[in-house]
Design a protein around this ligand. Structure first.
Ligand SMILES: *Cc1c(COP(=O)(O)O)cnc(C)c1O
Length: 356
């Protein structure tokens, strides 16, 4: 087994998933993109195991994979667009909930098939998608006109920025405005669970009950409990090199006697995207030059750890492997060894997931 491997302590991870589920009333796991490094299918299975009734995907094209393994409702977060035939087809699936972010789209979608389930998105300070608060009353009138057969209203969706400052006040202001226009469930992202619950109590409806609440969570759910996983890469080749020799695509000078380590993982797996280029400023570069470190040569720190330390890329990562420098006084790893690699799992694609 060579390549990038994600090792998962299945019990530890699932204990964490259950903890989050228990502390997040109305949890809607978000399953999108590269599946937070685990893949869409695996996360859909885990969501089914958690017993939630609804999950959210990013875009319409992700519904199919998730629908095969998860039996509940699936929200498509990306708002419906008039020119998207797949999104329109999916809107008539009784298990799919379509997000709508303009008043005009609401009317268009209502005419597109049998009673789509819709979430109406309110524009937040994110300024990504959504109906401006000034048009909420008009939207509600439209909804009431359509409700009888046109669409099935599932609630209001509010996608907040990650910043803490002003977050609760914004959720409160927009939530209140939306519920005043039309009662329904509030679907929130990025508000801590305690705050979301406080908001739901604060926005108690005319019936005296807290506003119904759904909480979408991705990163905090899937990528919490960092100690339940580790990522490694296979050493594919090791070559001795001398200072002043040239190596690689770019035939760069080797900075000192040592070893070239060719290690699995490259740009196609997301390696290098998270590796900060050190000495990016002129000042940093000057300091590095003065201290005689490798930074002065313009090398970048790699995400690979060999013998306890992060090592330098000799040149930018290749498509599926990377060339890393190890000073000559150190003992190189053997071909086939696994070394730790730091991966940002929202941008990385591993080759193997091994569960223990
Ligand atoms: C991606 C997304 C989420 C999940 O975000 P995380 O930061 O991964 O929890 C929640 N809501 C919306 C609308 C999203 O697009």
């Amino acid at each position: 087994m060579t390549g990038l491997t994600l090792r998962l302590d299945g019990d530890g991870w699932r204990t964490h998933l259950r903890d989050v589920a228990a502390n997040t009333p109305g949890l809607v796991p978000v399953i999108k993109g590269n599946g937070y490094g685990f893949g869409l299918r695996r996360l859909a299975q885990e969501a089914a195991g958690l017993g939630v009734d609804t999950v959210a995907v990013g875009v319409a094209a992700e519904v199919e994979t998730v629908r095969e393994v998860f039996g509940g409702s699936i929200v498509v977060l990306h708002p419906w667009q008039a020119g998207d035939p797949l999104a329109t087809e999916l809107a008539s699936d009784p298990r799919v909930i379509t997000t709508v972010s303009t008043v005009e789209h609401l009317a268009m979608l209502a005419g597109s098939g049998p009673s789509p389930r819709v979430l109406l998105e309110v524009l937040t300070s994110m300024r990504r998608h959504g109906i401006v608060p000034e048009r909420l009353a008009e939207t509600a009138r439209q909804l009431e006109a359509l409700n009888h057969g046109g669409v099935k209203f599932e609630g209001w969706t509010i996608h907040l920025p990650l910043l803490e400052k002003g977050r609760y006040a914004e959720a409160q202001r927009l939530g209140r405005a939306a519920l005043a226009a039309h009662p329904g469930t509030l679907w929130l992202s990025h508000l801590p669970s305690a705050e979301a619950m406080a908001l739901s109590r604060e926005l108690t409806g005319a019936d005296g009950r807290p506003a119904p609440l759904r909480q979408r969570v991705g990163t905090r759910l899937w990528l919490g409990a960092a100690d339940s996983r580790s990522t490694t890469a296979t050493v594919l080749d090791v070559h001795p090199v001398r200072r002043g020799e040239r190596i690689g695509y770019r035939q760069r000078l080797v900075p000192a006697d040592g070893w070239v380590l060719v290690i699995a993982g490259g740009t196609s797996q997301g390696v290098g995207l998270e590796a900060p280029t050190s000495a990016s400023s002129i000042r940093q570069r000057a300091v590095a030059l003065a201290t005689g470190s490798l930074e002065a040569t313009g090398l970048a720190l790699s995400p690979y750890t060999v013998a306890g330390r992060k090592r330098w890329f000799l040149e930018p990562p290749h498509m599926q492997s990377s060339m890393v420098f190890l000073p000559g006084k150190e003992t190189p790893p053997a071909v086939g060894d696994e070394v730790p690699v730091e991966l940002r799992l929202t941008t990385a694609t591993v080759d193997h997931i091994v569960e223990s």
